[in-house]
Design a protein. Sequence first.
Length: 300
Amino acid sequence: MNPINRRRLLQAAALGPAALALESSAPAAAQEAGNLPAPKYTLSANLEIMFPRTMPHAQRIELIAAQGLKAFSFWGIGGKDADAMLAAQKRTGLECGSITGNGKTGWNTGLTKTGFEQAFLDDIAEHCEVAKKFGTKNLICFVGETQKDIPWETQYRQIISGLRKAGDLAEKNDVYVVLEPLNSVESPQMSVLSAKLGFKIVAEVDHPRVKLDFDMYHLQLSEGNLINNLREGLRKKWIRFVEVGDVPGRKEPGTGETNYTNIFRVLREEGYAGYIGLEHGTSSTPEHAMQVVKKVAGLG
């Protein structure tokens, strides 16, 4: 082995098994990357999963900035020191990639339970105010559980109608309602569990402020076919937000079965210029996870 290759493998080993797995195909990947368009996307590390629970959220924002990322995302504001987070955001200059858009209703009544549409819209309106404070445009939303006592055709019509109204509300507040399909393994009770159904809903709603969150972790568990679906969703402009996380384990790319080298290649080929949420844990430390994603994304 020549000294240069040996040095690269040793550096990858220092980052951990995930980085070593990615490094093993580095020569071919590097040659191919040289022929790819430069990345246009922005990595947005989610504050919730990869950090120690006792670490203050403002400190997490500082750590993200120290790793060279440009954005952060988070779920609800409950239980967080919003003022400290906003101060950290101002100090670091980080953007906010996304927040949860309807944390009160998304996992239960949503739009699937008849008579609860207004509660859904009120929930989104409340989160619009949080979005304004942090300067984010993306409200990640869920449309509720599948209701066993209501015909699916009725639930589906309520989803379409409610999302059109939510789109109007989003337009007034200059944000986007971004529907996230979950997965059939961990949350089979939910109503939207595939990109296929998510795309169908977004296409039928046909509102410029209602788009899809393509979460690789959930969609690999539910249906696979990630690259074909990703290309279709990007080309038809259904996708506004993308999230990564490997399967199994929901840790950083390289720890599981998903070929993130190819996925990031597709994102670059398609010119995706939105946020990529790092909504996953870590096999080591937050710093390690972020550096691994930067590397495979072509940003580090």
